[in-house]
Write a protein that binds this ligand. Structure first.
Ligand code: ADP
Length: 273
């Protein structure tokens, strides 16, 4: 399990980004992390991945401070899909998919290819990564994490930062299905995987997550709990400053639709220059 205990962070001490954030990423559960732009979602994922150090509080992976792990040992337990792949020019799609295996220090031959098959990109394996569309690059980044998680045994964690933001609806649903499958042992892997995924599409969050964490603009947790409770229109309005409707449909999870009406002033004003 990965847990954050009352973490506080700012890139400058006089400008806090996250305040007293506590959460747990538990095996077998998918948690959606939602909140306005700039509320600290990416920063929180980087702290959880051990790429940043909190100013206060701590992050523990299987009970040990996340930064104390040897990188390859950590990579066998924790995969991180960043918002932007940051891949240097010249790598092919299969190279990028293998990066996760390299980080984790081993992996069966053919596992990168199998992961590319899962995301429907095996026919693009030997093209330059930079030639893929952004949505396709996101699918390759997911393949990289799938291959990485198949290395090793025991519980694992996936942190994914807006992994489907540029995908068309079919691929977004398929990719979140793969991510959901990681949390259900026997579907994508025998490991018990806990997932924390940043999503802006609240309907997708309602459909694929068990729980949700809603961050507000000040970098505090506004609400945490079962996804249906957290993504309740009144709670969303208090954080995003616009109204939402929950549209119930037979046999599918509800759609959560932004209505676009601004909430009352003055709380909703954007900060000045
Ligand atoms: P979110 O992912 O919720 O949109 P971020 O975590 O990316 O938010 O950013 C939270 C805040 O931290 C923003 O105000 C952003 O400008 C600031 N920030 C993010 N990265 C840096 C950085 N490397 N240096 C300085 N400020 C940063």
């Amino acid at each position: 399990m990965l847990s954050a205990d009352s973490i506080t962070f700012g890139f400058r001490r006089d400008r806090p980004v996250l305040r007293e954030v506590s959460l747990a990423v538990s095996p077998g559960r998918v948690t959606a992390l939602v909140g306005p732009n700039g509320s600290g979602k990416t920063t929180l994922l980087r702290l959880l991945a051990g790429l940043l150090s909190p100013l206060g509080g701590g992050v523990r992976l299987e009970g040990r401070p996340v930064a104390a792990w040897i990188p390859a040992e950590r990579a066998r337990r924790l995969a991180y899909v960043p918002q932007r792949s940051g891949v240097a020019f010249g790598y092919s799609v299969i190279d990028v998919t293998r990066f996760g295996l390299v980080e984790a220090g081993r992996g069966e031959s053919g596992s990168a290819e199998r992961a590319l098959e899962r995301v429907g990109l095996i026919d693009r394996a030997h093209e330059p990564f930079g030639h893929l569309s952004i949505g396709q690059q996101q699918r390759a980044s997911l393949a990289r994490a799938l291959a990485q998680i198949r290395v090793g045994s025991g519980p694992a964690v996936l942190l994914a930062d807006e992994p489907v933001s540029a995908m068309d609806p079919r691929h977004a649903v398929a990719s979140l299905g793969l991510i959901r499958g990681l949390a259900e042992p026997g579907r994508e892997t025998d490991r018990h995987v806990g997932v924390l995924v940043v999503l802006h599409d609240l309907s997708l969050a309602a459909r694929f997550a068990d729980d949700a964490v809603l961050l507000d603009e000040s970098g505090r947790i506004a609400h945490v709990g079962p996804v249906g409770d957290v993504l309740e229109p009144a709670r969303l309005e208090s954080v995003f400053g616009i109204g939402f409707a929950r549209v119930e449909a037979a046999e599918t999870p509800p759609a959560i639709v932004p209505l676009g009406r601004a909430g009352p002033e003055p709380d909703r004003r954007l900060p000045g220059p």
